[in-house]
Design a protein around this ligand. Structure first.
Ligand code: M6R
Length: 604
């Protein structure tokens, strides 16, 4: 997702910023930019696509800021589009008249601020929320002629999440900074007076030793003469290993990605979840014209997200929805009719089977949407419309944050479709929107929960297999739990609809058959309870995951009490991901790169 770098010092600022941005590439982005300030000259460069596009522009066009004996300030940014398309105009740094800003996060009240500033003569050129920050700063500076005061007044007016670096010709030796919501670190360089800024450790490693990780609400101003912080700060020592830094201190990318789900879903909802409605700028209102059915096609984890969505589309949009595994769909000679909206789901956008299924649907004249994490991937180029997940790059082969963001996006789509079809009552919509806002909390990994999964994992390293069982949307979640376990522990696991056990699989039940039972309070609790009791009566070892105590369980993972089954869904997802990861660790497997698997399956 978006990344920030900044530098004050006498070295080659442009190269330091470009190299810093390269270190943030692993987070994913669609455009990038830097601004350089030397004396009263500012130069800005922006480019869409890879950092090397920006680098070429900078090398060919820099005219100022080439004198390394003179202090040069610089700020840089990688942007993952949220408000407005990935264009140069929307890329950061954003300009007022004499100041530039880079920003990570979202300014929730940007529309009101933009209106106010427009009335007082400020001219906006981008579609972003960020641009209001620099105009607000100049609005105050034009009144007070005091940059410190103007910056303080500016940040007091902002609502939302905002980590900011701002430079201005009115104080050409300073960088103003603020952290609220998104991460921001400041490090002292190895040379005298040098200061580095970055939104994560990777760009700082090797250049600095001492770092401050700003807490929410901290702001200040930095110059070659020192840093003034709004609050007292604690300096710490930077790690020295880049890969470790990219993993944010976690043991595995998978672990990091599990932990960051609570943040990336916020990005997935950004600009789409409004006060009283859902908006998808990527879709036109006539998207459902002539449509009587949705068909979803995907593979693996993405298929499980699709299966989850099929319950939500039928329940909330009141539209028939079928889901197919792409590799099966391709060869079954499917009947395709133009009253079907075809949705493919894919983290990579390159999975061969899903891509071919999409092409078949296109050739059959169906409208299509790609729900995808990678912009400009093959599927996004073929589909009529694309809805990006905004999960950032997923490195662990075992997909985690792609699944949670897919589920959130598809859930929002079901609400959007329900609204435009006029089948979703206002009160129902309000409850769903409120629940969406609570998802980050359900995805937060509590230390206690992680520790519980770690401790329990030692009891589940043997046996002849696992049944993951659930009902309704907890059935696809059970499938996903079983897939996670299979992929990284190499133990045999199957997901089943809980009510299906008595039709055959229960014959396998014995103490060495482990049942992982998903028992949400708010969806068919009594039904699933009976199914688990049947398994317990046949001596299966039961690990129950539920907010309600269940006396027949051999092991019990207590989830939080909430008021909506989807909040239970996301917390149980975290449990399943942690549980399989900890089993894999105990078995000594390679968590991020399990045997026989590839991250992107581009062959059929
Ligand atoms: O990139 P995609 O979402 O299209 O990939 C589909 C599957 O290959 C993928 O979800 C796979 O099942 C994961 N390794 C699951 O963790």
């Amino acid at each position: 997702m978006c990344g920030i770098v900044g530098y004050i010092g006498k070295k080659d600022t442009k190269s330091i910023l470009i190299e810093g941005l390269k270190e943030l590439e692993y987070r994913g982005y669609d455009s990038a930019g830097i601004a350089l300030l030397q004396n009263d000259k500012i130069e800005v460069f922006k480019a869409v696509g890879k950092i090397k596009n920006l680098e070429e522009k900078v090398l060919q066009n820099t005219t100022c800021c080439t004198n390394f004996d003179t202090l040069t300030l610089g700020i840089g940014h990688t942007r993952w589009a949220t408000h407005g398309k990935p264009t140069e105009l929307n890329a950061h740094p954003h300009l007022g008249v004499y100041s530039y800003v880079v920003h990570n996060g979202i300014i929730e009240n940007y529309k009101e601020l933009k209106e106010e500033l427009t009335l007082s003569g400020h001219i906006f050129v981008s579609q972003t929320d960020t641009e209001v920050i620099v105009h607000l700063f100049e609005y105050y500076f034009n009144q007070y002629n005091d940059a410190n005061r103007s910056f303080k007044e500016t940040i007091e007016r902002l609502h939302g999440a905002y980590s900011i670096l701002l430079i201005t010709k009115s104080e050409p030796n300073k960088i103003f900074f603020m952290k609220h919501g998104s991460p921001l670190a400041i490090a002292k360089g190895n040379d005298d007076g040098e200061i580095y800024f970055a939104s994560s450790d990777a760009p700082l490693i090797g250049l600095a030793n001492d770092v401050v990780y700003l807490e929410d609400g901290m702001s200040g101003v930095a110059s070659i003469y020192g840093i003034e912080f709004s609050h007292s700060v604690q300096w710490s020592t930077l790690p020295t290993n880049k890969l470790f830094a990219q993993k944010n201190g976690f043991r595995f990318f998978m672990e990091k990605e599990i932990y960051e789900q609570k943040d990336v879903v916020v990005d997935s909802m950004m600009g789409r979840l409004k006060d009283d409605t859902i908006v998808f700028d990527e879709l036109t209102h006539d998207i459902l014209e002539g449509i009587n059915e949705i068909k979803i096609c995907a593979c693996g984890t993405s298929y499980h997200a699709g299966l989850t969505a099929s319950y939500l589309f039928e329940r909330l949009s009141k539209i028939r929805c079928t889901v197919e595994i792409a590799s099966e769909f391709r060869y079954k000679e499917p009947l395709l009719t133009p009253d079907t909206l075809f949705i493919v789901i894919s983290q990579s956008g390159e999975t061969a089977d899903t891509l071919e299924a999409l092409k078949m649907a296109k050739n059959g004249g169906l409208k299509s949407i790609a729900v995808c994490n990678v912009d400009n991937s093959s599927m996004t180029r073929v589909a009529d419309a694309t809805i990006l997940l905004r999960a950032g790059i997923e490195k662990g082969v075992a997909s985690t944050k792609a699944f949670s963001t897919q589920t959130v996006v598809l859930w929002m789509m079901s609400l959007y479709f329900g609204t435009i079809r006029g089948v979703l009552a206002k009160e129902k919509l309000e409850i769903e929107l409120q629940t969406l806002r609570e998802i980050p909390n359900s995805l937060k990994v509590e230390d206690k929960l992680h520790e519980k999964c770690r401790r329990l994992s030692k009891r589940y390293l043997h046996g002849h297999g696992f049944f993951f069982i659930g009902r309704d949307v907890f059935f696809p979640l059970a499938l996903e739990g079983a897939l996670k376990l299979k992929e990284i522990s190499y133990l045999h696991a199957e997901g089943y609809p809980a009510g299906e056990m008595k039709h055959g699989p229960i014959a396998l039940a014995d103490p060495e058959l482990f049942t992982i039972a998903l028992m949400p309070q708010h969806l068919h609790y009594d039904k699933i309870k009976s199914n688990v009791e049947e398994l317990s009566a046949r001596d299966s070892t039961i690990c129950a995951i539920s907010p309600l105590p269940f006396e027949l369980s051999d092991d019990f993972i207590n989830t939080k009490k909430t008021n909506h089954y989807m909040l239970e869904f996301f917390e149980m997802l975290i449990v399943l991901q942690l549980f399989s990861m900890e089993i894999s660790v105990r078995l000594g497997n390679d968590v991020d790169m399990p045997r026989n698997l590839a991250k992107s399956v581009t062959v059929e």
